[in-house]
Design a protein around this ligand. Structure first.
Ligand SMILES: C[S@@+](CC[C@H](N)C(=O)[O-])C[C@H]1O[C@@H](n2cnc3c(N)ncnc32)[C@H](O)[C@@H]1O
Length: 273
């Protein structure tokens, strides 16, 4: 009898402590990265930087997208015309650091993924650019695109290779299996791109430009309608069909599939109407 009362008391105690803890389920992104995630998974040499950008494990990096931004800088006379650059979703820091190498004065990089923040700071330090590249952590609980940017901090150039699409990795379809990077790499409801375009007016200088690299047809369509709704012109700065020979090997540097031509990459430039 005594044993039974003890068991009931223990069980009730467990329920009470679970309630006190708020019953909050731990999400994969609440779990810190182990130190071996800082292992460099891949390196890319960027001619203008004269050195490599190193990518930690699980950081989403796409060589083709970086290449598009390099071509855009080449096409638009480098980046010395940009006093300040904002690299949203900086990942390894490759885009912001490339903008600096093309002559931009200073850059801010932001990311939701704490490992990406570390990765971008690591590359900036290695390249001796940490004083010109300010990398900021976006709060996981308030992931609005401009949440870590002040209202009095306008940018001449905003660059972004955004998270896109829904469930990219087959295992993400199985609800009990979660790829940690899927939390950071997908944007199934277009929340990211919406927050980005809606916030442009308040964060671009008068003649400011936003360069956004898109791959998925639905997000391209969404971005064009968002540009229209928010008073921006959208022009295609670089596109697959114009600038890449599709017969050539497609230089996609991540673990995901190579996109078919219908999901070709387009680098849009948004400027105020
Ligand atoms: C396709 S990757 C960009 C890769 C990067 N351009 C590079 O060269 O390494 C998209 C990045 O956006 C970040 N991200 C996702 N949601 C975000 C948010 N709300 N604010 C800032 N960054 C975000 C992801 O963590 C990821 O690093």
């Amino acid at each position: 009898m005594c044993k039974k009362i003890l068991l009931i008391a223990l069980f009730s105690l467990q329920i009470i402590s679970a309630c006190l803890a708020g019953g909050e389920e731990k999400r994969p992104y609440d779990i810190p990265y182990p130190s071996d995630c800082h292992v460099v998974r891949l390196e890319v040499y960027v001619k203008q930087i004269g050195d490599t950008i190193k990518c930690f494990q699980t950081i989403l990096f796409d060589k083709l997208n970086l290449e598009f931004f390099v071509w855009a800088f080449e096409k638009e006379n480098g980046a010395a015309w940009a006093r300040s650059v904002l690299d949203i979703g900086t990942g390894s820091g490759a885009l912001g650091l490339t903008a600096l190498a093309y002559g931009a004065e200073k850059a801010v990089g932001t990311d939701l993924d704490p490992l990406a923040v570390e990765n971008a700071r690591y590359n900036a330090k290695r390249l001796g650019l940490e004083k010109r590249f300010d990398v900021r952590q976006v709060n996981l609980k308030s992931p609005e695109v401009f949440s870590v940017i002040g209202e009095d901090e306008p940018f001449d150039l905003i660059i972004c290779d955004p998270p896109q699409g829904g469930m990219r990795h087959p295992s993400a379809k199985v609800s009990s299996i979660v790829m940690k990077e899927d939390f950071f790499s997908t944007d199934p409801d277009h929340g990211f791109v919406t927050s980005l375009v809606e916030g442009l007016d308040g964060h671009l200088t008068d003649n400011g430009r936003a360069w956004i690299c898109l791959r998925y047809p639905d997000v391209k369509k969404k971005m064009l309608s968002l540009a229209e709704e928010n008073g921006f012109n959208a022009r295609v700065l670089i596109s697959w069909s114009d600038d890449i020979d599709p017969k050539k090997e497609i230089p996609v540097g991540n673990n995901y599939r190579v996109p078919p031509a219908t999901e070709s990459v387009i680098l849009y430039e948004l400027t105020r109407k």
